[in-house]
Design a protein around this ligand. Structure first.
Ligand SMILES: NC(=O)c1ccc[n+]([C@@H]2O[C@H](COP(=O)([O-])OP(=O)(O)OC[C@H]3O[C@@H](n4cnc5c(N)ncnc54)[C@H](OP(=O)(O)O)[C@@H]3O)[C@@H](O)[C@H]2O)c1
Length: 230
């Protein structure tokens, strides 16, 4: 197993459907983990290396405060695993309202911008940024334009960070799943062929590897993890 002994890792959306797998994987790899969401508690991951930080990341000052708290608690910030994001769709562009566009930009782009800016300011002597994209960015699907465009903006942000920080030892990459096989997605679509969905354990392992020393030359990558859903 990859060892991330004593790496200070900030995971946003840490107790979400994917986040639960990712947070456990980083703790098992030996990392010090600060987990963020609006309603997270220490008891969500009873582990001596886990700290819960409750914050609303669409607020830029809250995102700055989160990154500052991680440095205060662990003395450094080595990696940001940004999992916060969400989905809305069902209408073609002609019928999509402004509230849906705002919600998608807030959840998938603005929150990412706030926390990535706050994190990169504090990554000294290197760092790692990992985010979650969407297949709909490269293979458009009808009736989800606001979601897909907000994820496209996220991918552009991450790839720009990779270029801006290439001489600072900071890598920035995006993992792209199909539907992730979580309790919530199973409940929403119980009759689907779940073997064609992305396994959240594989996503968690890939995120751990991207933070490891072995992945130090992988940057600006958009990595599909489609499995049998390809
Ligand atoms: N599920 C899928 O099939 C799928 C497919 C493609 C891509 N993705 C992407 O994968 C990522 C994880 O998805 P998921 O299914 O695990 O989502 P999820 O279960 O809805 O989890 C989202 C997490 O983000 C937190 N959160 C949401 N808004 C926040 C905010 N403004 N500030 C702080 N925390 C916030 C939520 O906790 P609180 O509510 O407590 O804040 C929760 O921990 C997302 O980026 C999603 O777009 C998912």
């Amino acid at each position: 197993m990859t060892s991330l002994e004593s790496k200070a890792v900030l995971i946003t959306g840490a107790e979400g459907g994917l986040g639960a797998f990712v947070t456990k994987a980083f703790l098992e790899a030996g990392a010090l983990v600060a987990g963020v969401s609006r309603s997270i508690n220490e008891s969500d991951f009873p582990h001596p290396s886990f700290a819960a930080i409750s914050a609303e990341l669409s607020d830029s000052s809250a995102a700055e405060a989160v990154a500052a708290q991680v440095v205060e608690r662990f003395g450094k910030l080595d990696a940001l695993i940004h999992l916060v994001g969400g989905f809305a769709g069902g209408q073609p562009v002609a019928d999509t309202d402004d509230a849906t566009v705002d919600k998608m930009l807030d959840m998938n782009f603005r929150s990412a911008f706030h926390v990535m800016r706050a994190a990169v300011r504090r990554m000294k002597g290197g760092g790692r940024i990992v985010a979650i994209g969407s297949r709909a960015v490269s293979e458009p699907v009808a009736a989800i334009a606001a979601y897909a465009a907000s994820k496209a903006a996220l991918i552009s942000l991450v790839r720009t960070l990779a270029v801006e920080n290439r001489d600072a030892g900071i890598t920035a990459n995006v993992i792209v799943p199909t539907t992730i096989d979580t309790p919530a997605t199973r409940a929403a679509d119980p009759n689907a062929d779940h073997s064609r969905w992305t396994d959240p354990r594989r996503m968690a392992n890939l995120a751990v590897w991207l933070v490891s020393e072995e992945a130090s030359q992988v940057t600006g990558a958009v990595i599909p993890l489609y499995g049998r859903g390809v």
